[in-house]
Design a protein around this ligand. Structure first.
Ligand code: BDR
Ligand code: CA
Length: 312
């Protein structure tokens, strides 16, 4: 049984990611923590509650996290629409569950402290909560099996030509987690999530399988239009679900250990993730991070589709 905490800013692809984990028989979903990112914290929290309810998992606790980046004004985009779920959030039903009384960091500390086996944390939004957790509670790191993070883009960005959205929203938090800390990390950047994009056939298989699939697919048109306009892509790029797939089935992504750096300036590269791809003999200045750059993409797409169609 894999114990997971998902730290998230739902988010259309976050919704797919949560649904992927919510009913998996090998997953013990200890909780969902929310962070501001794709939209403000009130919306990301409400969306997390409602997605879990849609998945029949109102029992999973939701704890509210950071409402802004560590030290920057808010940075947002319109990829996920005015409700964070592509304008479809108002149609998926309202959870009757309340948020956990603890803040996200306290919640994670409590869950990790109580766990008898190490826990996998899957951050699929800006890394603000995770940076705060590691900075304030260094002793808790031994309870973390690994962080499987969706973020960064080694060969380019999505929100700018150089930056990936989650890192761009809070570059200082990303630097703390990916460069300064030494907790085990698998980074799932755009380089692999873009390769695993799916088309209409995949989406209609998910949509026609069950009610959850139908609601998930109905969230995607606005998001796909954003990607069409900004990135020139016509498919559905389910970034966050790829990270959850790796957390559920370790090794489904192929990783390369790389030394990373984050652009924390306000210049044109703000929020960019750099990887040292040289093969020099000098020891690295910082820790290495396992970066997922490859996968059997057909296997990956089939895994996510089959999980979403068979568990609901
Ligand atoms: C990441 O940014 C958000 O828009 C998505 O939810 C995903 O976590 C992709 O860059
Ligand atoms: Ca996200």
């Amino acid at each position: 049984m894999r114990r997971l905490i998902i730290d998230t800013d739902p988010g259309v692809d976050d919704a797919f990611a949560i649904a992927l984990a919510a009913r998996h028989p090998d997953v013990d979903l200890l909780g969902v923590t929310t962070v501001a990112g794709n939209i403000g914290i009130e919306h990301t929290t409400r969306n997390a509650l409602n997605i879990l309810s849609l998945c029949g998992r109102e029992d999973v606790p939701v704890a509210v996290g950071a409402d802004k980046a560590l030290c920057r004004p808010p940075r947002t985009d319109d990829a996920h629409g005015n409700d964070g779920l592509g304008g479809h959030g108002y149609n998926i039903g309202t959870s009757s569950a309340s948020v956990d009384p603890r803040d996200a960091v306290t919640f994670m500390v409590d869950q990790l402290s109580a766990a008898t086996e190490p826990v996998t944390i899957v951050p699929i939004g800006p890394l603000t909560n995770i940076a705060l957790l590691l900075a304030a509670h260094p002793g808790i790191k031994s309870k973390i099996d690994r962080l499987v993070i969706m973020g960064g883009g080694i060969s380019g960005g999505n929100i700018t030509s150089t930056a990936e959205f989650n890192v761009w929203v809070d570059p200082e938090a990303a630097r703390r987690v990916l460069v300064v800390e030494d907790v085990p990390v698998t980074l799932v950047p755009l380089d692999i999530t873009m390769k695993c994009a799916v088309g209409d056939e995949w989406l209609s298989a998910v949509s026609s399988a069950n009610a959850v699939g139908r609601e998930l697919a109905a969230m995607t048109p606005h998001y796909r239009e954003f990607y069409r306009q900004e990135v020139g892509r016509d498919d559905f790029i389910m970034h966050d679900a790829i990270a959850v797939a790796e957390a559920i089935r370790p090794g489904i992504l192929k990783t390369t250990p790389l030394e990373l750096e984050i652009d924390c300036t306000d210049g044109p590269g703000s929020g960019a993730t750099f990887a040292d791809l040289r093969n020099g003999l000098k020891p690295p200045a910082h820790r290495l991070v396992d970066v997922a750059l490859d996968a059997d993409v057909d296997e990956l797409r089939a895994f996510v589709r089959d999980e979403l169609t068979s568990r609901y």
